[in-house]
Design a protein around this ligand. Structure first.
Ligand SMILES: [Fe+2]
Length: 256
């Protein structure tokens, strides 16, 4: 595995408002390539049973989704995830230009996350994100964390828009975007913008499981281009993570 400079990733979050981390480097930082494990295989299989997002228009039935929320609390070198009431999910709309009139401020209830989704791979992903944010900010003691488990379906010979509302910010403090799996599709390039500036700060297409973006959502906006099938019906599975109500500790940042 490659040696990764976590401090450099944290500096990018502070200076650029975003960092991209390839899946191999995420695993190097976590200390184990979790992707070939049975835990990860079981975790990824959970996306096969995500129900359709009930808040899409009848003509856009291409997104499946579950939602869950936890309080993440630092415990030694790791994190404990304490499950909270799952819903409803509310996306803020204050000062969110591109969300105005869409879903901003309107409570939406989603199917709850299953026990299988709260397995060890999810804890490793949270540990990775909070480790980088602890270096970028101050050592984090706890955070409120929301999980959107999402599959975008690209019908055979066709495609789908992963983000119906277009360019936007989500109304959270920080967000993590992580690829879990993709099959028979291309596209879905993520673009991250500094506020309302015209050119993206960063553009990347997630190709490898655990490819990751960490974004300062207070400052940046993001969008994802159309997902296109390469022949057979394809899909792209991600977990999108919201980080809010960060509480900091005075201790030094632990490994991971
Ligand atoms: Fe978003």
């Amino acid at each position: 595995m490659k040696t990764v400079d976590r401090e450099d990733l944290a500096v990018r979050v502070v200076q650029d408002g975003v960092c991209f981390v390839p899946g191999d480097e995420v695993c190097a930082i976590v200390g184990e390539d979790i992707r070939p494990t049975h835990d990860y295989e079981r975790f990824a299989l959970e996306w096969d049973s995500l129900p359709l997002d009930p808040h899409l228009e009848p003509t856009e039935r291409h997104r499946c989704r579950r939602y869950g929320k936890v309080k993440a609390v630092r415990s030694g070198d790791g994190w404990e995830l304490h499950r909270l009431d799952d819903g409803p999910f509310v996306q803020a709309d204050e000062n969110r230009t591109f969300l105005a009139g869409y879903n901003g401020g309107r409570p939406r209830e989603f199917a709850p996350a299953t026990d299988g989704l709260y397995g060890p791979p999810l804890a490793s992903i949270v540990q990775f994100d909070l480790g980088i944010l602890s270096l970028a900010l101050m050592p984090i003691a706890s955070a409120t964390v929301g999980f959107h488990f999402v599959r975008i379906l690209a019908a055979s010979g066709d495609g789908a828009n992963p983000v119906s509302e277009g360019r936007h910010s989500d109304g959270h403090d920080y967000i993590g975007m992580h690829l879990i799996a993709r099959r028979d599709c291309h596209g879905a390039t993520s673009a991250v913008y500094d506020g309302s500036s015209g050119e993206p700060t960063l553009k990347v297409e997630f190709r490898t499981p655990l490819d990751t973006l960490i974004v300062d959502d207070r400052r940046m906006e993001h969008d994802v281009s159309r997902l296109v099938s390469t022949g057979a019906a394809g899909y792209r599975d991600v977990v999108l993570i919201d980080y809010d109500q960060l509480e900091f500790s005075r201790s030094t940042v632990a490994a991971g």
